[in-house]
Design a protein around this ligand. Structure first.
Ligand code: NDP
Ligand code: MG
Length: 379
């Protein structure tokens, strides 16, 4: 039996992780955490019977506590609650499926408690990769990527030696706006931006896919996961999301991982590596699939990638500024307070104003996040 804990169990990755639990009888959930969706969390508690469940929102936690008082489950709240879930004593792996930098502290706590990490929460690596990766090495913790591109690269890497690797080639769908001009983007709505062509995901990452900030975050995530410098990480648009990413070895051999777009595959692989267990779902049909096409990313219009390469190459606290400004800007966009293109302006403004801290401590990362939020709110 493998015992797992999930932070962000009510979201897109969290619910798909629970689908994997339903179809693998040797998986058992010991702890769950969510932000505020106690209706769904209660259903999950009744079905999966975790020992602990956390709700970040304290009022909601109190309500949940009352509604599950017939069960033997401990309800906790706030950051302390998330930390309790991520360090629950019997679990051996924590699925980090929360959205945003809120995942940093629970991820670090889980690692310090000896848990492996199935990492979906990319914002944590983007902002604290310099803390997390050395810590994983020191503690002997495995970090299994859930993000489909990184899971693809991780699978490709099984075919050769890391020292023979030349470069990573991350694929991008290009999102719903890949053919649009800057002029056309001035009037796009939240609803337009939420229509991703290939994947059904949480709202924040769907907007990030439309701006290509998601791809930028993934470039930085890849740098940390695979220890490859930015000049050896390339992005190519492959609109149908059939090739999930590729690697090139020094002899020019390119290895790709393909499949239908289904996040359950990387989630299940992260939980059972190195097994490729049975997974129900559609298969690629090469008789029906006539072509796989490629394009260069539209970097002059959708500026998420160049902004992320810039922040990543500067390093230190700059990726935190990129990420925090983006998190705030996306929330404002989703709440219809700003226009789509304002997202880039907000990120650029914060990056220009920031004085970089080299090798920031965890406190400095969180202080930088706060500085970014205050700057944006004051403007
Ligand atoms: P969702 O928005 O669907 O889900 C987010 C989850 O985090 C929910 O369970 C939410 O709880 C929980 N949450 C939010 N705030 C808090 C908080 N303060 N404390 C505890 N829990 C909180 O996001 P996704 O599942 O789409 O994405 C999760 C992460 O995975 C992101 O980092 C994303 O970039 C990454 N990812 C997602 C992919 C996808 O296909 N969805 C693909 C690759 C990566 P509640 O429901 O109560 O608000
Ligand atoms: Mg991805």
């Amino acid at each position: 039996m493998k015992y797992i804990s999930i932070i962000g169990s009510t979201g897109s990755i969290g619910t798909q992780t629970l689908d994997i639990v339903r179809s693998n009888k040797d998986l058992c959930v010991t702890a769950l955490a969510a932000g505020s969706n106690i209706r769904l969390l209660e259903k999950q508690i009744r079905e999966f019977r975790p020992k602990i469940a956390a709700v970040y929102n304290e009022e909601k936690a109190a309500q949940l506590k009352d509604s599950v008082k017939d069960l033997d489950v401990k309800i906790v709240s706030g950051m302390d609650g998330l930390l309790e879930v991520s360090t629950e004593s019997t679990c051996s792996i924590v699925v980090t499926a929360v959205v945003g930098m809120i995942g940093i502290r629970p991820t670090i706590a889980a690692m310090k408690a000896g848990k492996d990490i199935a990492l979906a929460n990319k914002e944590t690596l983007v902002t604290a990769g310099h803390i997390i990766m050395p810590l994983a090495k020191e503690l002997g913790i495995h970090i299994y990527p859930v993000d489909s591109e990184h899971a693809a690269i991780f699978q490709c890497l099984q075919s050769g030696k890391k020292e023979d690797l030349d470069s990573l080639i991350i694929t991008a769908s290009g999102g719903p706006f890949r053919k649009k001009t800057t002029e056309e983007l001035k009037s796009v709505t939240v609803e337009d931006a939420l229509k991703h062509p290939n994947w059904s995901m949480g709202r924040k990452i769907t907007i990030d896919s439309a701006t290509l900030v998601n791809k930028g975050l993934e470039v930085i995530e890849a740098k940390w996961l695979f220890n490859v410098d930015f000049d050896h990480i390339h992005v190519v648009v492959q609109p149908k999301s059939i090739i999930h990413s590729m690697i090139q070895f020094q002899d020019g051999s390119v290895i790709a991982q393909l499949g239908t777009p289904d996040m359950k595959l990387p989630i299940q692989y992260a939980l059972f590596y190195p097994q490729h267990r049975t997974l129900a779902g559609e298969r690629l049909d090469f008789a029906a699939l006539k072509e796989i096409t490629f394009e260069q990313p539209p970097v002059d219009v959708l500026k998420g990638l160049p902004l992320a390469y810039h922040a990543g190459k500067i390093g230190g606290s700059m990726p935190t500024v990129l990420n925090a400004a983006n998190e705030k800007a996306v929330t404002l966009f989703l709440n219809k307070k700003i226009q789509f293109l304002d997202i880039y302006d907000i990120i650029e403004d914060a990056m220009e104003a920031h004085k970089v801290i080299e090798n920031p401590s965890l406190d400095q990362v969180l202080e930088t996040e706060q500085w970014v939020y205050e700057r944006i709110e004051s403007r």
